[in-house]
Design a binder for this molecule. Structure first.
Ligand SMILES: *Cc1c(COP(=O)(O)O)cnc(C)c1O
Length: 366
């Protein structure tokens, strides 16, 4: 059959091991997964209440325009409803944008290391991928990203804060960068972790939309809202860009349930603030650990931390898994000698760090 040639070189997404699989493999009673930056506190209690009383008409298609959720998000962000695009997670919004814009002959610019789906979708669409190494501090190298632009550049991906380094671009630097990007290049700001940002210098990027209709911001209910299983994310852009993207979206890409639970999650901002505070305290546990053991880490504005282990990442990853903790090996992320750990509850963090001491002793690091 006539598959796109570029698909031959691609691998399907490899999900990590589930907690059930690891329980079986190592005969463990308790396994804690701190690998995918999900919220360790779950979702707002209002979502659980909803499920106890949900009354859904199974046979009826969902609202394809997500009208109620759209109105609520528009109100929450103080933008117009026409500035929003809802996707089956930000993953789908990345796909929608790529599908609408990228094609052979065009190129797209992104960091190396960053979130893998930008490159993946670009390859599917046959566009040239230009990856610009991060600076030593794990930040986007905005000057080199600018230098990589030519007349065939279509999209620049800026993951802010960046996954997997957790680093945030200072707001003034980001603004200067955006001012230098040509108007016909779409700048995607992927802000999957925006709710976790504590840096007091951070200015909400929504303000950039006013003067820069070529900016598209992506946010999600998967991380701080604790609703990853429902697959719902949204993009915020200028009305003209959103109107161009809408036709490439599937007509019913968000389920009835995902729309309703996202609405409940959005209404419970007290829960988000509580998670943000707890996350910040949890982050301090890892920072203290690294400082005390002289392990490098990247300053994180997210709910995960990329930290050095001074040993083979896979060996440390395996050692933790045997002891009931699933994290992400740096090898899987392109950062050897490091682990990416999702910040869990206080107790999960201290248990994990205790086990990490054991593993690092085994590896001769401590
Ligand atoms: C988790 C993540 C996503 C995907 O979010 P979904 O809404 O669950 O698809 C997108 N971008 C970044 C940077 C992420 O870390």
């Amino acid at each position: 059959m006539k598959f796109k040639q570029q698909i031959n070189g691609l691998h399907a997404y490899q999900p990590g091991k589930t907690t059930d699989e690891v329980k079986k493999m190592f005969n463990l009673e308790k396994v804690t997964k701190l690998a995918s930056n999900e919220n360790p506190y779950g979702a707002s209690p209002k979502v659980k209440e909803y499920f106890a009383n949900a009354n859904i008409d199974f046979a009826i298609y969902p609202d394809g325009y997500a009208s109620n959720l759209r109105a609520a998000v528009a109100n929450h962000l103080n933008v117009s409803e026409k500035q929003l695009l809802f996707g089956n997670g930000s993953d789908e919004n990345i796909l929608i944008v790529s599908r609408a814009i990228l094609r052979p002959g065009l190129n797209t610019i992104m960091a190396d290391l960053t979130f893998g789906q930008y490159k993946h979708n670009a390859v599917v669409e046959g566009a040239e991928v230009r990856e610009i190494p991060l600076t030593k501090n794990g930040e986007h190298d905005l000057n080199n990203m600018l230098a990589a632009i030519d007349e065939n550049t279509a999209i620049i991906w800026v993951c802010n804060p960046n996954n997997p380094t957790g680093t945030l671009i200072p707001s003034d630097k980001l603004k200067q960068f955006i001012e230098k990007v040509p108007n016909d290049v779409l700048i995607v700001l992927d802000e999957a972790y925006t709710e976790y940002i504590t840096d007091s210098n951070y200015k909400d990027s929504l303000g950039l939309l006013e003067n820069h209709p070529n900016v598209l911001i992506m946010r999600t209910f998967s991380k701080a809202y604790g609703l990853a299983s429902f697959r719902i994310g949204y993009a915020i852009g200028s009305e003209s860009v959103i109107a161009q993207l809408e036709p490439t979206r599937e007509p019913f890409n968000n389920t009835v349930i995902s729309q309703q639970v996202a609405l409940l999650g959005l209404e419970d901002q007290a829960f988000i603030n509580e998670c943000k505070e707890k996350n910040n305290a949890g982050k301090a546990q890892y920072v203290t650990y690294c400082n005390e053991r002289n392990l490098h880490y990247f300053p994180s504005q997210t709910n995960f931390i990329l930290m050095e282990v001074k040993a083979d990442s896979d060996a440390v990853f395996q050692g933790l898994m045997k002891r009931g903790f699933i994290v992400r090996s740096g090898n899987a992320l392109g950062k050897q000698g490091y682990l990416r750990i999702t910040i869990g509850t206080e107790q999960q963090n201290s248990e994990l760090l205790e086990k990490l001491d054991e593993v690092l002793k085994e590896e001769g690091v401590l």
